[in-house]
Every structure is written in C-alpha cells, then in structure tokens.
Design a protein around this ligand. Structure first.
Ligand code: FPP
Length: 253
C-alpha cells in the first residue's frame, strides 16, 4: 500500500471537514524559482485545483471554496490579470466533463460582473451545466474580497430598512449571514493557506470566525494530495471549543 493510501486510511471518516476553504498562494514564486514566467505557475496551479477537487470529492468533503482571484488581484500587471482570466475560462471549460463525472456542482462567489465576458460566459455555462449535481460543491471566489462582500450585505440591509421592509432590530447574525454571498453554505471547518504567508488576505472574514487555520510553506503548484491529507489529519487532532472549556466539549454540553 502506498504512503498516500496509508494516510487516507488513517483518517477518521466521521470527522471529515464538511467545508474546506483554500488560499492558493505561491504560483508566482514557484514559476520564478524555476526561471519560468509567473503565468506558468498559474497554469501549473490548475493541476493542483484539479487534484484537490478530486480528492475532496473522494473524501466526502461537501464544500470546497477556492480563492481564485481577489478584488485586490485586479491591481496586478494587466498581462498577468489577462492570463489569469484566460486560464480560469479555459480551465473551467476543460474540466467540465470531469466535474460532471464526479457529480461536482460549481458555485460562483464574488463580483462576477467584473470578470471579462469570455471567461464569465464559460463560468456561467459550467454553473448551469452542473446545477443538478449533488456531490461536492466547488465554490470559486472570483473578484472576491470579504470587505467587499460585507459592505454589499450592509448596503442591501440598509436599503431594506430605509424602505421599511425590515426592522433594524431584526438584523441578527443569522440575518446578516444570509445576506452574504455564502448564504446557505455552512462556515468553513478548515482553512488552508499554501505558500508560507500566515495571513487571511481579506478572505471569508465573517465565515472563518471558528474555522481551524492551517498554514503550509509548500507552494500551491507543489501542494500534493499527501499534504492535503496531512492538513486534514492535523484538523482532526484539534479540539474545536467554540469558546467553551475542554471539559464542556468532552462532556458534549
Ligand atoms: C496566488 O499566487 C494565486 C493566484 C492569485 C491565482 C490562483 C489561481 C489559480 C491557481 C487558477 C485558478 C483556476 C481555477 C479554475 C479555480 P501568487 O501569484 O500570489 O504567488 P506568489 O505569492 O508566489 O507571487
């Protein structure tokens, strides 16, 4: 039996994270280290997206959320932005048959109207084509940032309150959460960031209030299946207390 299979077999199948979110960092450095253009790193990063999607699906993860392009990424050199947009559209089209085979449903989070038309149409097509799928939900964050999302939600609620449609007093955490782009999606259990930086970079700030955070120095194109399983093993060894004491958690209070 190979090493990866041994690791997979050691997982507690009853405690697979329901929702895994990922910050796919390190593509540019991976390419630069090899003397390639940064875009080569993004292209290679797509292979990792393919693998983590398949493994998530095989392990029974229900939601996988990927930070594919942030609001701040629009400030990168225009050629890099164009390459990324091209790659995203190309990858979603190429991957569609495999996504359908694996019963994966595409969901888009972010200011999708800003995505160039060609890529946007391919994304919408994939979303529609996979709408009936009942397996893993793959949330792709595109032109996404958490502060953008929270500001949008605040604006929507303020408008409703001003129009007398809702009572400001009725705005609870649940109401607020249901105004975010992630409405209906459970909060991430595990957030993985590759590439060595230990920060959140405007990602799912509301939703990760109680997520377990896992940082690895491995660059995204090198993030292997074994490393993904290591992250889940690490997650399974943590005690999620949600503000309670260890004793309360053990007694299931
Ligand atoms: C960060 O690496 C990565 C990105 C900004 C883009 C990630 C996008 C992909 C892997 C393609 C996604 C495609 C689909 C279909 C989901 P970086 O460029 O910031 O790396 P660096 O920190 O080494 O410079």
């Amino acid at each position: 039996m190979d090493e990866l299979q041994k690791k997979i077999d050691s997982l507690d199948r009853n405690r697979i994270p329901v929702h895994v979110a990922m910050i796919m960092d390190g593509n540019g450095r991976w390419a630069q280290k090899k003397g390639f253009a940064r875009s080569e790193g993004h292209a290679e990063g797509i292979s990792t997206v393919h693998r983590v999607t398949k493994l998530s699906s095989d392990l029974g993860v229900k939601y996988l959320t990927l930070y594919a392009f942030s609001t701040e990424n629009w400030n990168r050199p225009p050629e890099e932005v164009a390459t990324l947009m091209y790659l995203i559209g190309w990858a979603i089209e190429r991957e569609l048959p495999e996504l359908l085979r694996n019963n994966v449903r595409i969901h888009l989070l972010g200011d999708i109207d800003r995505i160039p038309q060609e890529a946007r149409e391919r994304l919408f097509y994939a979303r529609e084509a996979t709408a009936h799928c009942t397996g893993l939900q793959l949330n792709m964050c595109l032109s996404y940032s958490s502060r953008w999302e929270i500001t949008e939600a605040a604006r929507v609620l303020a408008r409703k309150a001003a129009a007398g449609e809702i009572d400001p007093e009725s705005i609870s955490e649940e109401v607020f959460a249901s105004s975010l782009t992630t409405a209906g999606i459970p909060d991430p259990d595990l957030l993985i960031r590759t590439g060595g930086e230990e920060r959140i970079s405007n990602y799912l700030l509301w939703q990760i209030a109680y997520s377990e955070l896992y940082f690895t120095p491995v660059l995204w194109p090198d993030f292997s299946d074994a490393e993904y399983v290591d992250a889940i093993i690490d997650y399974q060894n943590r005690e999620r207390r949600y503000g309670k004491t260890s004793e309360q958690v053990r007694n299931n209070e």
